[in-house]
Write a protein that binds this ligand. Structure first.
Ligand SMILES: C[S@@+](CC[C@H](N)C(=O)[O-])C[C@H]1O[C@@H](n2cnc3c(N)ncnc32)[C@H](O)[C@@H]1O
Length: 289
């Protein structure tokens, strides 16, 4: 198994456990412990959705807010999870449109499919796959959306290239995601791979800077790249995630044998405060490609 596959396995395990509530595994939802309304969903979007879907959302924004998705269009959601954005997209495209979710975690896919069946939507499907190699045809979708997923990928350039490949000429991408200032993580974290893994599952350690995110989309061929709707996580939000109960305090670091003290976690919270945020990234595939 390659390193990337091992990482995807670990992330899939964490999200599978989180959605079935069998463990307190760290995930984006811990960081973004805000209500769906806080991250931009309107009452109109949420009102008609099953309660269960709202409770299984691990997003950090509303990729469809202020989008011009129109009836009859095709929307692809990368890392669709339990399906909240699939349902919101289905309403926008209507019965003549088509919504495709792609996710790698069986428990997420099962949950999303069960909801789609329960709500009775015929125009939404979920495919199992990875976002670095999408099970989607070239130039076949009008919109790519994603909510708090690309930060988790070890190969963001492959994801950006796939977004470009599957979009129709003139198609648009609109994703909510977490970014982090370069160098924000303290160096000592490198001696604690288990903490790094938790921070990665939690959408922090895999996050790149906003500048790198924008250049990645541009390098893939996307144009009109814009960032908006930034939500900077404050101390209490970061602290809510860096929860001592969940993290291995008083366990020796495998490489140095150092015992990690609770003070180190306070340092970690300080180091990350103001340096991690979610944003909305929008871009377009040129019409002549
Ligand atoms: C933070 S959750 C977000 C789920 C959903 N977008 C939401 O807003 O609730 C991340 C999701 O992305 C999926 N995921 C993470 N990395 C992936 C990858 N490389 N390929 C496919 N799915 C991935 C996980 O299985 C999980 O369902």
């Amino acid at each position: 198994m390659s390193k990337a596959e091992q990482v995807r396995d670990r992330i899939s395990g964490a999200y599978g456990a989180a959605v079935t509530k069998s463990s307190g595994a760290s995930c984006c939802g811990d960081l973004a412990k805000v209500t769906a309304a806080d991250i931009g969903y309107t009452d109109d979007q949420l009102g008609a959705l099953p309660e269960d879907v709202l409770g299984s959302s691990f997003g950090c924004g509303n990729p469809l807010a202020f989008s011009q998705v129109a009836e009859g269009e095709t929307v692809l959601d990368l890392g669709s999870g339990a399906g909240l954005d699939l349902l919101v997209a289905a309403k926008k495209v209507g019965p003549s449109g088509h919504v495709i979710g792609v996710d790698m975690t069986d428990a997420m896919i099962e949950k999303a499919r069960a909801t789609i069946t329960a709500v009775g939507l015929a125009n939404v499907e979920v495919r199992k796959g990875v976002i670095e190699e999408l099970p989607v045809e070239d130039a076949s979708v009008d919109w790519v959306i994603s909510n708090c997923v690309i930060n988790l990928s070890m190969d963001k350039d492959a994801v950006f290239a796939e977004i470009y490949r599957v979009l129709k000429p003139g198609g648009r991408v609109q994703v909510s995601d977490i970014v982090m200032e370069t160098g924000a993580l303290p160096e000592w974290i490198g001696d604690h791979p288990e903490i790094l893994e938790d921070l990665h599952n939690a959408c922090i350690a895999g996050a790149v800077s906003e500048t790198d995110y924008v250049s990645g989309l541009s390098a893939a061929g996307m144009v009109d790249v814009q960032v908006s709707e930034r939500l900077i996580y404050d101390r209490s939000q970061i602290a809510g995630f860096v929860d001592l109960e969940d993290l291995p305090v008083n366990i020796p670091a495998p490489s140095t044998g150092d015992i990690l003290s609770a003070d180190r976690f306070t340092e970690l919270i300080e180091a990350l405060t103001g340096k991690v945020w979610s944003g909305k990234f929008k871009a377009r595939k040129p019409a002549n490609n």
